[in-house]
Write a protein that binds this ligand. Structure first.
Ligand code: ZN
Length: 54
């Protein structure tokens, strides 16, 4: 499961493996599936990401 992070009125979906955030759940799930199998990040997935600010 990806983590949901509420940010103002938006929801970000965060990959629990690498902590990268996405505006679309689909990409966060793709990232997490990748991260569970591969030790490094997939640039093609990461370019769809959104910065997670605390
Ligand atoms: Zn990831």
């Amino acid at each position: 499961m990806v983590k949901e992070l509420k940010k103002n009125d938006k929801t970000l979906y965060v990959c629990e493996e690498c902590g990268f955030g996405y505006e679309e759940k689909e990409w966060a799930e793709k990232c997490q599936r990748w991260c569970q199998r591969h030790p490094s990040c997939n640039l093609e997935i990461i370019q769809h990401g959104a910065p997670v600010e605390e």
